[in-house]
Design a binder for this molecule. Structure first.
Ligand code: ZN
Length: 265
C-alpha cells in the first residue's frame, strides 16, 4: 500500500468510527476460542468500532470455550457452536453432537460446519456429521455458517436438501455458477481480508448483490505476515468498498443490517 492509499484509509477509519459510535460493526466470523488473548482482542475490536462479533467453534473444547467467552462478554461476543470438518474424529462425534444439541438454544447460529475435501477426514464421516448439524439447525431454526473448501456444490446441495433457510458460505471463493445458485436460494456469502489478494474471492464479491454479503475476519487467520484480530474487520470493509465502488460508511450500514437480519439480532 502506498502513502496516498494509507492516508485515504485513515480518513475513512475516522468516518467509520464516528458513524458506528452507537452500534458499531459486526465481525461475522471469528475464532475467539483459538486466540491466545481473546479478552485483549475483544477490547481492541471495541476500540476500533467493532462492537459485536460472532464467535464460531471448531470442536467440543472450543464450543465450551466459546460459550464461556460469550458469558464473559455478553452482547459483544455472540456465540455459534459447531464441529469443523478439520476437527472431526469418529470417537468424538457422539459427545460433540450431544453437546451442540444441548446448548444450541444459547447460541445465535450453528458454525463452523461443512465439508473440506482437502483434509484427510473421510468424506463419508464429514457428510454424516454435517447432515446431522443441518438437521439440528432446521429443528431449532438457527442459521448455519458453512465452510466449503473444494466442496461448494455438495455443501450447497446438502443445505438445500435439509431445508435450511439461513446459510452463509463463509469466505466464499468457489465457482461463480454455484454462487448464482447460492444467491438464488436466498443464502449469503461472507468476505474476509483475503480480498486483498485472492482473485476468486474478489470475483465472488463482485458478482454477489451487496444485500447478500456479510463481512468477517476469520481471526486469528494469518493474512500476510501477522495473525488477524476482529479489529481488522475494517480491512475487509475497505477492500469490499473498493470492489463494490461504494463509500465505506454506506457499505458499513448495509452489511451491518445484513448481519443483524441474518442472525436475528
Ligand atoms: Zn473459520
Amino acid at each position: 500500500m502506498d502513502l496516498k492509499n494509507k492516508l485515504v484509509v485513515c480518513g475513512e477509519f475516522k468516518n467509520l468510527n464516528r458513524l458506528n459510535a452507537q452500534t458499531g460493526l459486526i465481525d461475522g466470523h471469528v475464532h475467539l476460542s483459538e486466540m491466545e488473548h481473546p479478552g485483549r482482542a475483544v477490547e481492541n475490536a471495541f476500540r476500533a468500532g467493532v462492537k459485536r462479533m460472532v464467535a464460531v467453534a471448531m470442536n467440543l473444547d472450543s464450543c465450551r470455550k466459546t460459550l464461556t467467552l460469550a458469558d464473559k462478554f455478553p452482547d459483544t461476543v455472540l456465540p455459534a457452536i459447531g464441529y469443523h470438518p478439520w476437527s472431526i474424529k469418529a470417537e468424538d462425534v457422539e459427545d460433540t453432537i450431544n453437546f451442540i444439541t444441548k446448548n444450541i438454544q444459547r447460541c445465535i447460529a450453528i458454525g463452523e460446519v461443512g465439508l473440506d475435501y482437502k483434509v484427510k477426514v473421510k468424506k463419508k464421516l464429514q457428510k454424516a456429521v454435517f447432515s446431522k448439524l443441518l438437521n439440528l439447525s432446521v429443528k431449532y431454526n438457527k442459521p448455519v455458517i458453512i465452510h466449503s473448501r473444494f466442496s461448494h456444490q455438495r455443501t450447497y446441495e446438502m443445505a438445500v436438501k435439509a431445508g435450511v433457510e439461513k446459510v452463509v458460505f463463509h469466505w466464499y471463493s468457489g465457482p461463480v455458477d454455484i454462487l448464482d445458485n447460492i444467491i438464488a436460494s436466498g443464502y449469503h456469502i461472507s468476505a474476509t481480508p483475503a480480498l486483498a489478494y485472492s482473485p476468486q474471492h474478489q470475483a465472488a464479491m463482485e458478482r454477489a448483490p451487496v444485500e447478500k454479503i456479510l463481512i468477517e475476519t476469520d481471526a486469528p487467520v494469518q493474512y500476510g505476515d501477522r495473525s488477524s484480530e476482529p479489529a481488522d474487520l475494517h480491512e475487509t470493509l475497505l477492500h469490499l468498498s473498493r470492489i463494490k465502488e461504494m463509500p465505506a460508511d454506506k457499505l458499513a450500514e448495509i452489511v451491518t443490517k445484513n448481519t443483524e437480519r441474518f442472525f436475528g439480532l
